[in-house]
Design a binder for this molecule. Structure first.
Ligand code: PLP
Length: 397
C-alpha cells in the first residue's frame, strides 16, 4: 500500500513541531526557553469570550452558511472600510477555519496543475506546501538581508513565466518582520496587473506594527489592483485568538464563490461560536491590541539590541509581526564541542541539547544561514534565552 505522491511530497510544519518539542520537554521538567512560538502569549480578551458564551446560551450552535455568517461578513466589510480603505460587499467575503485554510482554498480555486506561484524568500513555511497541495509549482525569489528583506521587483519580474498565476506577499512579514512600503507595493501590483497575475496579500499581522511605518493594503492602491488582489486576514494574531480558527478573504466575487463551493464540501462552515465571538472582536473598540503591541515592542527592542551586541550574530530591525531572523552566517562552519555547525538545523539542534533553547532553523523558511526567534515570549524568558545563546556562541571553536 502506497501513499499518494502528493502526501509524500508534503513536509511537516517545522514551527509547530519545534513548539511541540519545547512544550513536551517542559512537561518533562526541563527548563526550556522556547523561541518557536507563532502565537501571542496573551489571553483572548474577556469580552470576546463573553460573546462566545452568549452565542452558546442563545443556541447559536448549529450549521451556519458554509462561507460564514452574514453578521460576521458585515463586521468584516466594516473593518475593511475602516482600517484598510477597502470597499467590498458581503458576497465578496469568505470566512474559513483560520487564514491558513483561507489560503488553502485560494490555491485550490486558482491553480491548475503546473501553474506557478511566486513566493518571496524567506517565506512562511506553509506557502510552498499549500501551493503543492493544489498541484502548483512554487517559484522562489530571494530578498536581501542587507536591504531589510525588501521585495526586489526586478527579480520578481525575471521569475515570471507563461505559467505564473500568482504572487504571494505577506506584510508585516513572517519571518522577517519587514513591512513593505507603499512604493514597493505599488510597483509590485503594477507588475502583477500588467502581466495578468493574482496578488495574494496575507495581512494577518496587520495590527502588529511598531514605530512609524503604516500598514497598507495593496488592494486599496487602485480599482484595477483590487480586481487582481485577494486580501487574507484573520483574528488569530490581532486578538490572540489562534485556537478559535477564524480567517477570511476579500476578493473578486467569482473567486470567492469558487472558494465557498470548495469549502462547502471540505469543511462546511467554520465553527459557529467562534464566528459570533469574532464579530465581538472586530466590532469592539477595546485597547487590547494597543496594550499587546506596547509589550511586544518592549521585547522587540530588547531582543534586537541584545542580538546585535553578541559577536558573530546580527539581525535587522523588524517593523512588525513578532519575529526576528537572526543572522548566523558567521557561525556556520564553527564547532560546538567537536560537532560542526554546518547548517541552521545543526545550530538549532546543538543549542537545544546544550542550552535548552529552541529556535526555528532558517531551512524552514528557505534561508539556511538564519534562525527565527519569536518575541511572543515573556521578557524575563527572552533575557534568559538570549544569555544562554550568548554563552553557546562564546563556547564555539
Ligand atoms: N499567515 C502567516 C504569515 C502566518 O504566520 C500565520 C500563522 O502563523 C497564518 C497566516 C495563519 O494564521 P491562522 O490560520 O491562525 O489564521
Amino acid at each position: 500500500m502506497r501513499l499518494s505522491r502528493k502526501a509524500m511530497d508534503i513536509t511537516e510544519s517545522l514551527t509547530l513541531s519545534i513548539d511541540q518539542k519545547a512544550k513536551q520537554m517542559r512537561a518533562e521538567g526541563h527548563d526550556v526557553v522556547g523561541f518557536g512560538a507563532g502565537e501571542p502569549d496573551f489571553n483572548t480578551p474577556t469580552h470576546i469570550i463573553e460573546a462566545a458564551k452568549e452565542a452558546m446560551d442563545k443556541g447559536l450552535t448549529k450549521y451556519t452558511p458554509a462561507s460564514g455568517t452574514l453578521e460576521l461578513k458585515k463586521a468584516i466589510v466594516e473593518k475593511l472600510k475602516r482600517d484598510n480603505n477597502l470597499n467590498y460587499s458581503t458576497n465578496e467575503i469568505i470566512i474559513s477555519n483560520g487564514a491558513k485554510h483561507t489560503l488553502f482554498n485560494i490555491f485550490q480555486a486558482i491553480i491548475d496543475p503546473g501553474d506557478e506561484v511566486i513566493i518571496l524568500k524567506p517565506y512562511w513555511l506553509t506557502y510552498p506546501e499549500i501551493v503543492k497541495m493544489a498541484n502548483g509549482t512554487p517559484v522562489f525569489v530571494d530578498t536581501d538581508y542587507n536591504n531589510d528583506f525588501e521585495i526586489d521587483i526586478k527579480a520578481v519580474e525575471e521569475a515570471i513565466t507563461s505559467k505564473t498565476k500568482a504572487i504571494i506577499i505577506n506584510s508585516p512579514n513572517n519571518p522577517t518582520g519587514t513591512v513593505y512600503s507603499k512604493n514597493t507595493l505599488l510597483e509590485l501590483a503594477n507588475l502583477a496587473v500588467s502581466r495578468g497575475l493574482y496578488i495574494i496579500s496575507d495581512e494577518i499581522y496587520e495590527k502588529l506594527i511598531y514605530g512609524k511605518q503604516e500598514h497598507i493594503s495593496v488592494a486599496a492602491l487602485s480599482e484595477q489592483i483590487k480586481d487582481h488582489t485577494i486580501t487574507v486576514n484573520g483574528v488569530s494574531k490581532a486578538y490572540s485568538m489562534t485556537g478559535w480558527r477564524i480567517g477570511y478573504a476579500s476578493g473578486p466575487r467569482e473567486l470567492i464563490k469558487a472558494m465557498a463551493n470548495i469549502q462547502s464540501h471540505a469543511t462546511s462552515n467554520p465553527n459557529s461560536i467562534a464566528q459570533y465571538a469574532s464579530v465581538a472582536a472586530l466590532n469592539s473598540e477595546s485597547d487590547f491590541t494597543a496594550t499587546m503591541n506596547k509589550e511586544l515592542n518592549r521585547r522587540r527592542v530588547y531582543m534586537v539590541d541584545k542580538i546585535n551586541s553578541i559577536k558573530g550574530l546580527s539581525c535587522t530591525n523588524p517593523s512588525g509581526a513578532f519575529y526576528v531572523m537572526m543572522n548566523i552566517s558567521n557561525i556556520i562552519g564553527k564547532k560546538y564541542k567537536q560537532k560542526s555547525l554546518d547548517s541552521a538545523l545543526t545550530f538549532a539542534e546543538e543549542l537545544l541539547k546544550a542550552k535548552m533553547v529552541t529556535v526555528v532553523p532558517g531551512e524552514a523558511f528557505g534561508m539556511e544561514a538564519y534562525v527565527r526567534l519569536s518575541y511572543a515570549v515573556a521578557l524575563e524568558n527572552i533575557k534568559k534565552g538570549l544569555s544562554r545563546i550568548e554563552e553557546f556562541v562564546y563556547e564555539l571553536d
